[in-house]
Design a protein around this ligand. Structure first.
Ligand code: BG6
Length: 543
């Protein structure tokens, strides 16, 4: 065998983690949906895999009048119903006694004094030491009172120099820049930033973390990851389900706040940021913040030119009938809440100047698909004819060093361009579309895929919450959003909200009629979103 670098087998993902320290985890909102569907299963699996020690104890706190046994019964039922959980009676018997519950109000100082006493009792009983993790999975309206009460009950400062106290705050973190800023002020009047873990579960997905590994661990991509080689970047986060009973929440949120502010902004940051100097919380988050700062701000009157919103009507998505959004429970009959957003944004820095980033997210689309597609510019001079309609013509020299602009793309051009697609979910993997010679006597080109699939190489990726919870316990905040990051993302989103408000006001006073576009459930969104790309000679990679 020749000498050289030997690539080792990729070790088991779990073997990379160290086992965590004992801790007391308090879940506010423990009787709710997130705790049942995500948090308890994540803790169960971590325990099952011996990544949490036997004295990692969970105390649920919520308003519902349950006792320990009732919480355990609920947890057991939700684990049994969860297809991602390998329920084993022996593991459950070891896990169940570590689940406790107490009911109380979220703004009641007395209730939090009782909470403190219960925590101290359980810490003694299980010999936990003083590590404490508070998880806010309540409605956002009670984040502030919970934080206040934790402070007044003396539950914020670490018990001693060897212990830690951390707080995890779920999304949505605010509903615009002003409210996010206010919430940050409040949280940081009680906790230090180092104690705060603002969660965006997309960052816990293996495939999302792999965006950085793909870019920065492979020497061949970074040199071409810029305006000289990239024609456009598309990020689609599509869901086939409608709002499914969450109409009340969704009415106040809409796709822009629910998905774009957090998940898509994170995907843009990771795809476009500069290399960090290390893979640690400060270095990675500094670069994400730099990138968010470089997203071109929009003035309210510019918003309709760059952002399309729409709402779904009745239809069939992924073989299931979906009622019109307006017919969902909790939705006002004249609601203009958007269930779909497409946004053409630009990043004003040396790397990306002039490269359009097309983002879209929506509910009731044909299928669930979260993908990042980087389309490269075509070869400057193609020698071959294509079987697929590309004429092989040479691109004019001035076009070669320019990102695509109005009218520059010729027919068949998109077929001849390399597209790198990172599939976040489902069918997790990475595909590079290249051109190949179709077998035969003549030289005909046809697109073929170079393919990597997670399932094939590594099996099913673990759930995002599992990874993120372990990171909190280990004190690694790399995959959580920092104050400046969350506020910058809200700043860009609030500019869009301001533009929409202006549009509606102009509509209401009759100066410019406003009509919210609609799309039938089970289609890829409104015609306006296609037009956003078509006017630049582009099209959505997934359609
Ligand atoms: C949540 C949104 O943050 O993400 C939901 O509130 C959405 O509306 C969900 O359905 C999508 O998450 P995932 O992991 O299924 O893509």
């Amino acid at each position: 065998m020749s000498e050289g670098i030997v690539l080792e087998e990729v070790p088991d993902v779990q073997a990379q983690f160290q086992v965590s320290t004992p801790a007391m985890m308090v879940i506010f909102g423990a009787s709710g949906d997130l705790a049942n569907r995500k948090l308890i299963p994540a803790i169960y699996r971590l325990s099952q895999q011996r990544l949490l020690p036997p004295n990692f104890v969970v105390l649920g706190y919520a308003r519902s009048p349950l006792n320990d046994e009732e919480l355990r019964l609920r947890a057991r039922n939700s684990l049994l119903a969860n297809p991602e959980v390998d329920f084993q009676s022996a593991d459950w018997e070891a896990f169940a006694p570590r689940l406790y519950y107490m009911s109380g109000e979220y703004d009641d100082a007395e209730g939090f004094n009782r909470l403190r006493e219960r925590i101290v009792d359980l810490e003694d009983q299980w010999n936990i030491g003083g590590n404490r993790l508070f998880y806010l999975s309540t409605p956002p309206s009670v984040y502030e009172p919970v934080i206040t009460c934790l402070g007044s009950a003396g539950l914020v400062a670490p018990v001693d120099n060897h212990c830690w106290t951390r707080v995890v705050i779920e999304k949505p973190f605010g509903s615009d820049l002003h409210s996010a800023h206010k919430l940050n002020d409040h949280v940081l009047s009680v906790f230090d930033e180092e104690q705060v873990y603002r969660i965006d579960h997309y960052l816990g997905k293996e495939t999302v973390q792999n965006v950085l590994v793909f870019r920065f661990a492979n020497g061949i991509f970074e040199p071409i990851w810029n305006r000289n080689y990239v024609d456009n970047v598309q990020i689609t986060v599509a869901e086939s389900i409608g709002v499914e009973g969450r109409g009340g929440y969704y009415e106040k949120s809409g796709a822009l706040r629910d998905m774009m502010q957090n998940h898509l902004m994170q995907l843009v940051s990771l795809t476009a940021m500069e290399p960090p100097i290390a893979f640690d919380a400060k270095a990675v988050r500094d670069q994400k913040v730099n990138l968010l700062q470089a997203i071109r701000p929009l003035r309210p009157e510019e918003v309709p030119n760059y952002v399309v919103r729409a709402q779904y009507g009745a239809g069939t998505a992924d073989t299931r009938p979906v009622p019109a959004y307006l017919d969902e429970n909790g939705v006002a009959s004249n609601s203009t809440t958007e269930t779909y957003v497409a946004w053409r944004l630009e990043i004003d820095n040396w790397r990306w100047q002039g490269v359009p980033f097309y983002l879209r997210t929506g509910k009731a689309l044909p299928r669930k698909a979260s993908e990042i597609s980087v389309t490269f510019r075509r070869a400057p001079h193609l020698l071959f004819d294509s079987a697929d309609g590309f004429d092989g013509a040479t691109r004019p020299p001035e076009e070669i060093n320019q990102p695509s602009t109005l009218g520059m793309i010729q027919n068949g051009d998109s077929l001849s361009r390399n597209v790198l697609t990172m599939r976040i979910q489902p069918d997790e993997g990475i595909t590079l579309k290249t051109l190949a010679k179709r077998p035969g006597p003549s030289v005909n080109l046809t697109p073929v895929n170079l393919e990597f699939t997670y399932g094939h190489s590594f099996g099913e990726p673990p759930d995002a919450y599992q990874r993120l919870l372990l990171d909190v316990v280990l004190g690694d905040s790399t995959l959580f959003t920092r104050r400046d990051e969350v506020e910058l993302a809200w700043q860009r989103i609030t500019q869009v909200l301001d533009g929409w408000q202006m549009q509606e006001e102009l509509g209401a006073n009759g100066s410019a009629p406003f009509r919210l576009p609609h799309y039938p459930a089970g289609t890829w969104g409104p015609a306006e979103a296609n037009a956003l790309l078509e006017r630049e000679g582009q099209h959505w990679v997934i359609e």
